[in-house]
Design a protein around this ligand. Sequence first.
Ligand code: FAD
Length: 316
Amino acid sequence: MSEILVLVEHVDGEVKKVTLELLTLARSLGSPSAVWAGPGYTPEAKARLAEYGAEKIYVADAEEITGYVVAPKAELLAKLVGEAAPGAVLIAATPEGKEVAGRLAIKTDSGVITDAVGVGEGFVAEQSIFGGGVNVKSRVTKGTPIIAVRPNSTAPEPAPAAGAEVQVTVELSDAARGAKIVERVKQEKGARPELTEAAIVVAGGRGVGSAENFALIERLADSLGAAVGASRAATDAQWYPHQFQIGQTGKTVSPQLYIAVGISGAIQHRAGMQTAKTIMAINKDPEAPIFELADFGVVGDLFKVVPQLVDEIEKR
Ligand code: FAD
């Protein structure tokens, strides 16, 4: 079984859910090795990675690795690709992950596939392209397959493994030191899950009508422990911050459940949400295109439907 390298995403020493998904996926492809880049590695992190099947954990915990923008992670992975000759490298298709994947592909003279929603036998990756209108299966034909996989594409399942530690030191090149991080500013996270990782997303569109009315969307989201998203119409109107925009020019989400409230379902919006496992739409127009995509649809006024829905959920 070939070794599959999985770049760990971590925040404040905690392993992010997407890494557990990638380890689960890696188990179906070979034997997973986690790659920890930067400080913050703890026995708890080790236990978590081993719990989800990491046979080996490469630990490069020098401050330097995360002290510069992205490039050191690509250098670390390139070194490991050279030494371990893995069957493939899996990286989360987050903005940073995709940049690491691209840089790694150049360094190792390999092919790269980004935004995969699945990877099967022979490292054949599945992508949803052209705004989601077409599904493509592709395979890297040169070098080591480097595949960036969208969060929420695989359900994480534990399967304990050895988690043997291997310390790694990397001599960073001058190029990797090209852009230094001078300050990290923590964004107000609040109690809601991160949009691209959330299992449930509730998104509001132009039908919501105002910034104040987004409180209704937030109430529904909070009753379900969901993240809040918005269509571009809503973010352009400044009813909700741009960082929560979903779609072609916003974020891509693949939650278990996506609830579109007052969103028509334009192709550019679909591009960011149509790989959701279950889609529910609330819209007063029975002809709204979102209903073509939805598994469940409620034709009605959101100002009547959403409060009733929240009341019902809160009773349970
Ligand atoms: P509308 O299309 O106006 O739909 C509002 C819906 O709300 C309607 O279906 C209406 O029936 C319903 N409604 C109204 N009142 C109520 C009510 N009281 N109860 C229930 N339903 C109600 N859009 C994105 O979302 N994300 C992107 O990333 C994005 N990128 C784009 C990139 C480009 C290059 C372009 C050209 C466009 C992009 N767009 C994007 C815009 C996209 O084309 C649509 O204009 C946008 O998605 C529409 O948002 P909406 O569905 O909220 O609004």
